[in-house]
Design a binder for this molecule. Structure first.
Ligand SMILES: Nc1ncnc2c1ncn2[C@@H]1O[C@H](COP(=O)(O)OP(=O)(O)OP(=O)(O)O)[C@@H](O)[C@H]1O
Length: 588
């Protein structure tokens, strides 16, 4: 699979995929420019032929072939013609902008799309260490920097170059020595400003990084606002965010004024050349046969050349900022993704449930710190297993591995009769449902939190709520299933949130269910009623229950005891109860 990445070469390659539209846009832009560029050619006619009586032959040709008039008539006609040319040029300019904006926005959309595609499959290990604000800023600010590079490249670079070439040709035609002078000074300006532009690129990179750091601090503060308030730590966290805002201000100020200084400096170099050129032109009128009208035309061409020259100078800056943005964007593309395997068989299809064999499984989150050590477990299909052990012994880690959240290198898990190496992690998660102790809810309706966007009948939803002991809760919601549950389900109690997660599981009807302290917030009475109601639903499913409370695992047929990442004991509840030293015995 080809790895996605952001590079200037890649952007150009992608641009070329829009070849036809690009050509159309450039033809339109060229026509718009030509209409403007020919305007200075009217100056010699007006000044030399009409005012100074120095014929170039144009008026004579017009009189012979088109129309005869006095000075007023010719001036008025020229004025109208120039205004029409300008109007046409503006209209073509609007069309050109529409074409180029469509291309550049399409390209930046595609870049965001491929970043989101990459993030969608990012490994959980990477996600856990990810600074969300920094990722957001890359998707917004850095992609915008690329957008401005693309729009500058496609809309300005070619036209600027063509305008300069066209003006150069006309200048050579008018006075080749003066033209040569301009053609030599332009590259010198670009040369003197190249190094500056690289430094500006670095400043832009710093500014975008500071945006990320600020966004990160802000989102974390707002995310944990409730806990911050509970700890009375608003000052600490908001001051920390303010410091990041100040850093952002410093970087943005540095980039803002230094990039402006660089552009102005480059422009100054250009204007210096321009002033010298003007002096030389006046000397050329004094000491050669260059007419005043042609000299004024040359000056006009110089002005015509100002914007394209500036565009080319700016292009260097935009190019180096785009390079810096690409570097930051690539750090997202470099995030490790979940493995993809070619799945030939699916053990879950056609079976009501499956058994799971864990063989010699070892796992660590970070090198040198082993969390699970050589775990062996046999979980027959439709069995009811419990996993107990002291806090930190690795129960949740094992549950996360069973549902395919973390890849592991040592050992094997056999689902049905298929090894984990031959299964897509998404297939495993589709069929094995892990219910967490602290389920996350979306700031959306109760219905959405139960269905997660899939369509179920109201009847099915209500049945799931009934099993999850939520009838009373639903009746108390002002808009029933369409009631908003608030940020992270704040309007619901901890136990209600746990039951919403269980109702969500019931609706998704998985083959295997893992309860990880999923009823810890319920009182023993409600928990008992819940498991009674769940009995029929779970009957034909493999169920693994992790709990610290005996009441939660009382119907387990077989128990595994975990200690410091190893299975230290296992057996039926009866067998374990006979052992005085067993962790299970201590739960009673
Ligand atoms: N995402 C993670 N990254 C790094 N280390 C982790 C991560 N999750 C857990 N750990 C570590 O792994 C060990 C086992 O944690 P785990 O949550 O699996 O234990 P547990 O038995 O479920 O504990 P509890 O009963 O308190 O929920 C702990 O030492 C913990 O610090």
């Amino acid at each position: 699979m080809q790895k996605n990445s952001c590079s200037i070469k890649g952007i150009i390659k992608q641009l070329l995929q829009h070849k036809q539209t690009l050509i159309l846009g450039n033809v339109v832009a060229l026509m718009a420019t030509l209409l403007i560029v020919i305007i200075p050619l009217f100056i010699p006619i007006l000044v030399d032929e009409l005012l100074l009586g120095k014929p170039h032959g144009y008026i004579a040709w017009i009189e012979a072939n088109l129309w005869q008039s006095d000075i007023k008539g010719y001036v008025l006609a020229t004025l109208i013609l120039i205004l029409v040319l300008r109007l046409l040029s503006v209209l073509l300019g609007v069309w050109q902008t529409k074409i180029f904006v469509t291309i550049s926005k399409d390209m930046t959309y595609k870049l965001r799309q491929s970043l989101l595609k990459h993030l969608k499959r990012v490994s959980l290990k990477e996600y856990e260490m990810m600074r969300v604000g920094a990722v957001t800023s890359k998707l917004v600010t850095d992609v915008e920097t690329i957008d401005s590079f693309v729009s500058t490249t496609i809309s300005k670079l070619i036209i600027a170059s063509l305008t300069l070439i066209f003006s150069a040709v006309v200048l050579v035609w008018i006075h080749w020595q003066l033209a040569l002078f301009i053609l030599i000074t332009n590259p010198i300006v670009v040369f003197f400003t190249a190094k500056l532009s690289r430094n500006i690129g670095k400043l832009k990179k710093e500014e975008n990084r500071a945006v990320g750091v600020f966004q990160d601090a802000l989102s974390e503060t707002l995310e944990l606002f409730h806990q911050i308030r509970a700890a009375n730590k608003e000052n600490y966290f908001f001051n920390k965010t303010e410091v990041k805002a100040k850093e952002l201000k410093d970087h943005a100020t540095a980039y803002g004024y230094k990039s402006d200084v660089a552009i102005k400096y480059s422009y100054l170099v250009f204007l210096g050349g321009y002033e010298i050129f003007r002096a030389v032109s006046i000397l050329a009128v004094a000491y050669s046969d260059l007419s005043v009208g042609l000299m004024l035309a040359i000056f006009s061409y110089l002005w015509v050349m100002v914007t394209p020259t500036q565009d080319i100078i700016n292009f260097q800056y935009v190019l180096s900022t785009a390079n810096a943005a690409c570097e930051r964007i690539n750090s997202i593309f470099e995030l490790e993704q979940e493995r993809v395997v070619e799945e030939k068989e699916n053990p879950f299809t056609g079976s009501k449930t499956i058994g799971i064999e864990v063989k010699n499984l070892s796992f660590s989150y970070h090198k040198n710190k082993s969390i699970l050590k050589n775990i062996n477990m046999s979980i027959p299909a439709a069995s009811k297993i419990a996993l107990v052990g002291a806090s930190g012994s690795g129960k949740t880690t094992l549950a996360n591995i069973l549902v395919g959240f973390y890849p592991f290198e040592e050992g094997e898990i056999i689902y049905g009769d298929i090894s984990h190496t031959k299964l897509q992690l998404s297939t495993i998660r589709e069929n094995i449902h892990l219910i967490l102790q602290h389920p996350k809810l979306f700031n959306d309706t109760m219905r959405f939190n139960l269905t997660l966007g899939k369509s179920y009948s109201d009847e099915a939803i209500k049945k799931a709520l009934h099993i999850a002991q939520l009838d009373g809760v639903l009746a108390g919601l002002e808009k029933g299933l369409d009631t908003l549950v608030g940020k992270d389900g704040i309007k619901l109690s901890g136990g209600q949130r746990q039951r919403v997660a269980i109702a969500r599981m019931i609706l998704s009807d998985p083959r295997v269910v893992i309860f990880d302290e999923s009823t810890s917030a319920l009182d023993v009475h409600t928990e008992e009623k819940l498991f009674d109601a769940l009995q029929e639903f779970l009957q034909e499913k493999t169920v693994i229950t992790i709990a610290h409370r005996l009441s939660t695992i009382k119907s387990a047929e077989y128990i595994y005891v975990l200690e410091d990442g190893s299975v230290v004991d296992s057996g039926t509840p009866k067998e374990l109860l006979t052992k005085d030293e067993s962790y299970f015995s201590s739960m009673i």
